[in-house]
Design a protein around this ligand. Structure first.
Ligand SMILES: Cc1cc2nc3c(=O)[nH]c(=O)nc-3n(C[C@H](O)[C@H](O)[C@H](O)COP(=O)(O)OP(=O)(O)OC[C@H]3O[C@@H](n4cnc5c(N)ncnc54)[C@H](O)[C@@H]3O)c2cc1C
Length: 492
C-alpha cells in the first residue's frame, strides 16, 4: 500500500504539491476549506461581467510545463496560454505612453522613439545584465531546495558578485537608465513579489528577465482556468479533493506528524502532511504546539476595485499601468508609514480585451489593483475603505480624462471593492499580505521558511509564504519542492 499524504489547502501551492506527489505514486488527499480550488487565484461573476480577482499576470510558463511533464502530460492539453503583446501599456503623468513588448528589438525601438537612442542602447545592456542574473539566481534561489548562507560560499566568487545583492534594485537600475520613466518601469517588478524597489536587493532584477525576455501569458477564458487545469490534472492522477473541509489541527505522535483533524472532529491519518495554508497562521493555529510568528516583514497587500465599465476604451490594453509621479513616496507610504498610498500607481487589467465574453456587449471588465500596506494599526480600513474607494476612482477618472479623446468618461455600471482586510478574510494571508513575506532585505531568500519543517518530522510547507516565495510560478515551484522533500524522507 503506497504512502498517504494529506495536503491542507487547494491553492496553487497545494495543487502543485498534490500533482507532484501523485505523479510519484503517493496516495494524496487534499482538504480545502473553501468550496473551490485556487485559493487567491479566484474569479467573480456579476451583472454579465467576469473578473479574475487575484493573479492577472502569468509568467514562467516553463514551470507549469515542468509540473505537467512530471505527470506525463502536456500543459497545452489542459489550458491555452496566450502570449500577450503588448505585455503592458505604461502611462506617465507627463503624457509619455510606452508599450512594453517581449521582442527585444521591438522594445528597443519603442524606447528609442520615446526616450532616444541612448536609452534604447542602455535597455539592451540592462537586458543582458538581467539574463546573466537569471543564470546565477535561477539554480540556487528558484529551481532548487531552499539555499543556506553556506551555499553561497560554494559558488564561484564571480557568481556571488553577479548576484548583485549589495545594491538595491533601484540603485542597479539607475546605473543603467537615465530617464526616471525607465527606472520606474523596471523598478515596478519588485511588486511582483510584494516588495519595494528602494529596499529589495538588485538580485530581484531577475524578474525583469522573466517577464520582458521570457514573456507573460494569459490563460484563455481567464487566469482561473489555470487553477482548474491543475485541479483536473490532480483528479486524473487520483488525488482526492475534499472541499468545504477546514483543517483544525495537524496531529502529532512523538514529534512526528501522524495526520490531521478536520473541523467537526474527523481524523485523517497520514505519513506526511503538506501545509498550503499561510505559514504564520499555520504556526499560530494549526500546530499542537503553537509557535510565535516568524519575525519577517509581510509582503504588501492590495486594494482591489472590480469595475464594470460601459464603453470601449481603445486607448487601453489588456494590462495597463498608470504611474504615480512620486514612486519613492508610494513605497514609503506602503512599507514605512504603512498607510494606503495617497498618490498611487494604478494597475488596470481588462481581460475582455482578449476574451470579449467577460463583459456584456459594449462594456469592459476592469480589475483595478493598488499596492497597499499589510494590515497594521497605522491604517484603519473599516473607516478608510469608503473614502479611499472614492479617492482611487477620482484618480482613475483624472487619468482617463488625460488619455481619452472627445471627452469619453468612465461610466461605472458595477463596482465591488476589496480592501486588505477583505483579502485577509477571504484568503487568510497573514496581515493581508498577498505574496507571503517581502524580499525587502538582502537575506530574505535565506530567512524565508523552508519547505521541510525543521522540528516536526513529516511536516512540509508549500505556498507563497515559504521557499522560493510568492507569485504563481514560485508557488508552483514551492509545491514541487515540498513534494521532493516528502519523496526524499518517505520514499513510496
Ligand atoms: C489581488 C492579487 C493579485 C495578485 N497578482 C498576481 C499576479 O499578477 N501574478 C502572480 O504570479 N501572482 C499574483 N498574486 C499572488 C498569487 O495569487 C499568490 O502568490 C498565489 O496564488 C498563492 O498561492 P498559495 O498556494 O501560496 O496560497 P493560497 O492561494 O492562499 O491558497 C491557500 C489555500 O489554503 C486553504 N486553507 C487555508 N487554511 C486552511 C485550513 N485550515 N484548512 C483547509 N484549507 C485551508 C485556503 O482556503 C486556500 O485555498 C496576486 C494575489 C492577489 C491576492
Amino acid at each position: 500500500m503506497s504512502r498517504r499524504v494529506v495536503v491542507i489547502g487547494a491553492g496553487i501551492g497545494g495543487l502543485s504539491a498534490s500533482i507532484a506527489l501523485a505523479a510519484r505514486g503517493y496516495r494524496v488527499t487534499v482538504l480545502e476549506k473553501q468550496a473551490r480550488p485556487g485559493g487567491k487565484m479566484a474569479e467573480v461573476r456579476a451583472n454579465g461581467f467576469r473578473w479574475d480577482t487575484g493573479p492577472s499576470v502569468i509568467t514562467m510558463r516553463h514551470v507549469y510545463e515542468q509540473l505537467f511533464a512530471l505527470a506525463g502530460r502536456r500543459l497545452e492539453d489542459y489550458v491555452q496560454l496566450v502570449p500577450l503583446q503588448p505585455l503592458t501599456r505604461y502611462f506617465w503623468p507627463d503624457g509619455v505612453v510606452l508599450d512594453a513588448v517581449s521582442d527585444q528589438d521591438a522594445m528597443a525601438e519603442n524606447i528609442r522613439v520615446a526616450f532616444g537612442p541612448g536609452e534604447a542602447e542602455r535597455y539592451r545592456r540592462f537586458m543582458r545584465y538581467v539574463a546573466r542574473l537569471h543564470e546565477v539566481v535561477g539554480p540556487p534561489f528558484l529551481y532548487r531546495r531552499k539555499p543556506a548562507l553556506r551555499d553561497l560560499l560554494s559558488l564561484p566568487l564571480a557568481d556571488v558578485l553577479r548576484l548583485d545583492a549589495l545594491r538595491t534594485m533601484h540603485q542597479a537600475i539607475s546605473s543603467f537608465f537615465k530617464t526616471p520613466h525607465l527606472r520606474q518601469l523596471f523598478g515596478r517588478f519588485a511588486t511582483y513579489n510584494g516588495s519595494s524597489p528602494y529596499r529589495a536587493p538588485a538580485t530581484l532584477n531577475v524578474i525583469a528577465h522573466v517577464e520582458m525576455a521570457q514573456g507573460a501569458w494569459y490563460p484563455r477564458g481567464g487566469v482561473y482556468q489555470l487553477a482548474l487545469a491543475f485541479e483536473r490534472l490532480a483528479r486524473e492522477l487520483g488525488v482526492e479533493l475534499c472541499y468545504q473541509t477546514p483543517v483544525a489541527e495537524i496531529e502529532l505522535h512523538h514529534r512526528r506528524v501522524c495526520g490531521v483533524r478536520a473541523e467537526g472532529g474527523v481524523r485523517l491519518p497520514a505519513d506526511a502532511v503538506v501545509c498550503n495554508a499561510d505559514y504564520t497562521l499555520a504556526q499560530e493555529s494549526l500546530l499542537p504546539e503553537r509557535r510565535p510568528a516568524p519575525k519577517l516583514e509581510p509582503s504588501c497587500s492590495g486594494f482591489v476595485l472590480l469595475i464594470g465599465a460601459r464603453g470601449d476604451w481603445a486607448q487601453l490594453a489588456h494590462h495597463n499601468i498608470f504611474f504615480t509621479d512620486d514612486y519613492p513616496r508610494e513605497f514609503a507610504d506602503i512599507f514605512e508609514r504603512c498607510v494606503a498610498p495617497t498618490n498611487p500607481t494604478l494597475y488596470v487589467c481588462i481581460t475582455s480585451k482578449t476574451d470579449p465574453s467577460h463583459a456584456p456587449p459594449g462594456c469592459e471588465n476592469w480589475f483595478v489593483l493598488v499596492n497597499a500596506p499589510y494590515l497594521s494599526p497605522a491604517f484603519d480600513w473599516s473607516r478608510q475603505a469608503e473614502p479611499y474607494t472614492s479617492h482611487v476612482l477620482e484618480q482613475l477618472r483624472m487619468w482617463l480624462e488625460r488619455i481619452a479623446p472627445f471627452g469619453q468618461r468612465l461610466e461605472v455600471i458595477h463596482l465591488d471593492r476589496w480592501t486588505p482586510a477583505d483579502l485577509q478574510a477571504r484568503y487568510g494571508g497573514y496581515r493581508g499580505a498577498i505574496y507571503g513575506f517581502s524580499s525587502n532585505t538582502r537575506l530574505a531568500a535565506f530567512s524565508r521558511p523552508n519547505n521541510r519543517d525543521p522540528r516536526m518530522r513529516g511536516l512540509y510547507f508549500a505556498g507563497g509564504s515559504v521557499h522560493p516565495g510568492g507569485g504563481v510560478p514560485l508557488v508552483t515551484l514551492s509545491g514541487m519542492a515540498a513534494a521532493q522533500c516528502v519523496a526524499e524522507d518517505w520514499p513510496v
